[in-house]
Design a protein around this ligand. Structure first.
Ligand code: DX5
Ligand code: ZN
Length: 216
């Protein structure tokens, strides 16, 4: 079944609790926390304090999308902050197996995220070890951009690889989703749609989520 993951990068941070509750009551399944360091990506978003508060604000699953260099330094900290799934970037480490081990030792689910330019085949050798793969479908680190259409082929490649290998990891797409293009991504085989602007700018999240899930 399709899941909706709300990226709080597009929330009004002055009213964070209210905004998160609006997503939860609207039928979203996951809260997505975008962490950047101004180094791995040229943006500074939120860190541990905001992540910890956001995690306390909801019963939804919490995903920490670590767009940071040296993810190993922060995996345990984001686990302690309350994240359920921790996604490190493939490009940020030469030691994906170590990252997965640290995440597992923290008692959390492990995921890997890919920049638009990173081929799917670069993670083929460790797909069996992860719970989720997130494909970033815009320039990494910023909300409100346009979906890169070439990413559809990448999604299809990942879906085929999962089928060929008989694996069951969750496939997420993150970035540039709109009410017009989101449903088609699910039809390609995506399990979880990560969206910031589309959800937070919606005047009726419940209706939008129901539409995207094909419930109306
Ligand atoms: C981009 C972030 C996304 C971002 C998506 O690198 O990882 O989670 O918030 O924002 P929208 O949905 O506005 O493209
Ligand atoms: Zn993200």
């Amino acid at each position: 079944m399709l899941a909706l993951s709300a990226s709080i990068l597009s929330a009004d941070f002055l009213r964070l609790q209210e905004e998160i509750t609006r997503m939860e009551q609207g039928g979203c399944d996951v809260l997505h926390i975008d962490v950047t360091d101004g180094h791995f990506v040229p943006n500074l978003t939120m860190g541990l304090c905001v992540a910890e508060a956001a995690c306390r604000a909801t019963k939804m699953r919490k995903d920490a999308h670590l767009m940071i260099s040296r993810p190993q330094d922060f995996i345990k900290k984001f686990a302690d902050a309350g994240a359920d799934l921790i996604l490190f970037h493939h490009e940020a480490t030469s030691h994906p197996f170590e990252m997965i081990k640290y995440i597992r030792e923290s008692g959390k689910m492990a995921g890997v995220a890919l920049d638009p330019a990173t081929p799917v085949r670069s993670i083929a050798h460790y797909l069996h070890a992860v719970d989720a793969v997130l494909l970033v479908t815009v320039c990494v680190g910023f909300g409100g951009q346009t979906y890169i259409d070439e990413m559809d082929a990448k999604v299809e490649e990942l879906v085929s690889l999962r089928r060929e290998k008989g694996l069951h990891f969750e496939i997420q797409v993150d970035g540039g989703l709109t009410p017009e293009n989101a449903r088609a991504k699910h039809e390609l085989g995506v399990d979880t749609l990560v969206a910031g602007s589309m959800l937070f700018q919606s005047p009726d999240v419940r209706q939008l989520v129901r539409q995207l899930k094909g419930e109306c």
